[in-house]
Design a protein around this ligand. Structure first.
Ligand SMILES: *[C@@H]1O[C@H](CO)[C@@H](O)[C@H](O)[C@H]1NC(C)=O
Ligand SMILES: [Zn+2]
Length: 463
């Protein structure tokens, strides 16, 4: 009971560059009570037990990552993922808060009763803190304000078929009803921004050779950038009518849509944009044939597109980076026949995001302070958690990650902590290793243990 936990080190990320600092945490509340300049010696805290003292030396201490886009799928599709496995995978990658998407679980998070079902399923199973997005589907506008009161951090909707029947997409009139309902709140409405505007072309008279469904290029051609451009054109048009409402584009892939985003931001509309680890770490040209593990919607595009997304992150057009961890079982991923066209779309990433981004960012000349801005500070703000998550500062939750920027590790099936061990990253060597993760001052992951979790407990709470 009582007492402090002390974290000290030469490279603590407060705001900006890493520097020597000491972080004092109230063990009871898990809050940071003080941040001191400079490292401390063990003898400076004689009343603190060894178990409550951590000297990271030259290793880094980062704020815990807030992954604002995760599909945990429980209840209802718990064979795809679950709170236990998903949050363990998160903790192993330095994520201390996940925000769960409203779809792919059954029921979807579109009413307060459904939210409560999800919370009941989550309790006692979470290794990180967990918050929830609500869903906007046709006809549920009367549920939106009650969902806000019940604690959802915002809403997600689809402008194109979502892939599951219980979460239909919305059209413009559905959106007007929803936006009218929430226009005077501080919530955020997030869009899966792909929109089909032209009818499918008429069948050619001479049947063409059917495209090979095991080629990524076949899939890529079926989801061109124009779908994202059309969706974002609609979003910014609607935004002009509700300029106070926060809108957000999830998982932007197409760089062709960036000019529309820049125009909206220049017009001072509160429009934010996230992209994902896979769009920054991968390029379509390098995807091997017959590997649906690389399938996601919108798709991974070419190298020039990837460079343009990095440039948009650098200049602030794209705010933040999330995983969109969206797993399924092997049969639906079609790993047997490699049919990318018919496979479930979604990439499994939880646990790997920081390593993926750092490996690539370092090559491109970005520092860890930029990564912290993209993965912690801005995702916390986006999810309405900026007052307690995403920074190492007095009054914030002591969500801390001890991290080695130079250590490398190989992604193996055995090292994955999520439920279905299917990921495009298997075999990669990544730089930047999470050594320990703490949620509100309590350790939830320790790389020094064989399985990373021995002797630890799922102390995550529902936010
Ligand atoms: C939009 O969808 C609603 C159902 O949610 C339907 O009643 C309406 O006719 C649709 N509007 C248009 C313009 O397609
Ligand atoms: Zn998603």
């Amino acid at each position: 009971m009582g007492g402090n936990r002390i974290f000290t080190g030469l490279n603590v990320i407060l705001d900006g560059q890493p520097r020597p600092a000491t972080v004092i945490v109230d063990a009871e509340t898990g809050k940071i009570t003080q941040v001191r300049d400079g490292t401390s010696a063990r003898t400076d805290f004689p009343d603190t037990t060894d178990a409550d003292w951590l000297d990271a030396a030259d290793k880094y201490i980062l704020p815990g990552i807030v992954d604002a886009h995760v599909h945990l799928n429980e209840p209802g599709r718990t064979d795809w993922e679950g709170f236990w496995t998903g949050t363990r995978a998160a903790a192993s990658g330095g994520v201390t808060t996940v925000v769960d998407m409203p779809l792919n679980s059954i029921p979807p998070t579109t009413t307060v009763a459904n939210l409560e079902e999800k919370r009941a399923a989550a309790r006692g199973q979470c290794w990180t803190d967990v918050a929830f997005w609500g869903g906007v589907i046709p006809g549920n506008q009367a549920h939106l304000k009650p969902l806000i009161d019940a604690g959802v951090k915002g809403f997600k909707c689809f402008l194109i078929e979502s892939g599951v029947d219980e979460f239909p997409c919305v059209n413009e009139s559905d959106l007007r009803l929803a936006m009218d309902e929430i226009k005077d709140t501080s919530t955020v409405l997030c869009f899966h921004a792909e929109l089909e505007t032209t009818p499918a072309p008429a069948a050619p008279t001479e049947p063409a050779e059917p495209a090979d469904p095991t080629l990524y290029s076949t899939f890529l051609a079926s989801r061109p950038p124009s779908l994202e451009v059309a969706a974002i054109a609609l979003i910014t048009r609607l935004h002009a009518q509700h300029p106070a409402l926060r809108l957000h584009v999830v998982h932007l892939s197409a760089a062709a849509a960036l000019p529309l985003v820049r125009a909206a931001q220049a017009a001072r509309l509160p429009l934010t944009v996230e992209t994902c680890f896979h769009y920054l770490a991968l390029a379509a040209g390098a995807v091997p044939r017959g590997r649906p593990e690389f399938k996601c919607c919108p798709p991974i595009r070419d190298e020039a597109n990837r460079d343009a997304l990095w440039a948009a992150l650098a200049d602030g057009t794209v705010d933040c980076v999330v995983s969109d961890h969206s797993p399924c079982v092997a049969a639906l991923k079609r790993t047997e026949d490699g049919d990318v066209m018919r496979a479930w779309g979604g990439i499994s990433t939880l646990g790997l995001g920081l390593g993926l981004l750092w490996t690539e960012a370092r090559r491109r000349g970005f520092g860890i302070e930029s990564i912290v801005e993209w993965l912690c500070v801005r995702t916390a703000r986006h999810a309405g958690l900026a007052e307690r998550k995403g920074r190492i500062a007095e009054g914030f939750d002591a969500d801390l990650v001890v991290w080695d920027p130079d250590a490398t590790f190989q992604v193996t099936k055995e090292s994955l902590n999520f439920k279905n061990k299917l990921t495009p990253y298997e075999g990669l060597e990544l730089t930047g290793k999470v050594l320990k993760t703490f949620v509100r001052g309590k350790m939830v992951y320790n790389a020094a243990e064989a399985d990373g979790f021995k002797g630890l407990e799922p102390v995550g709470v529902l936010l």
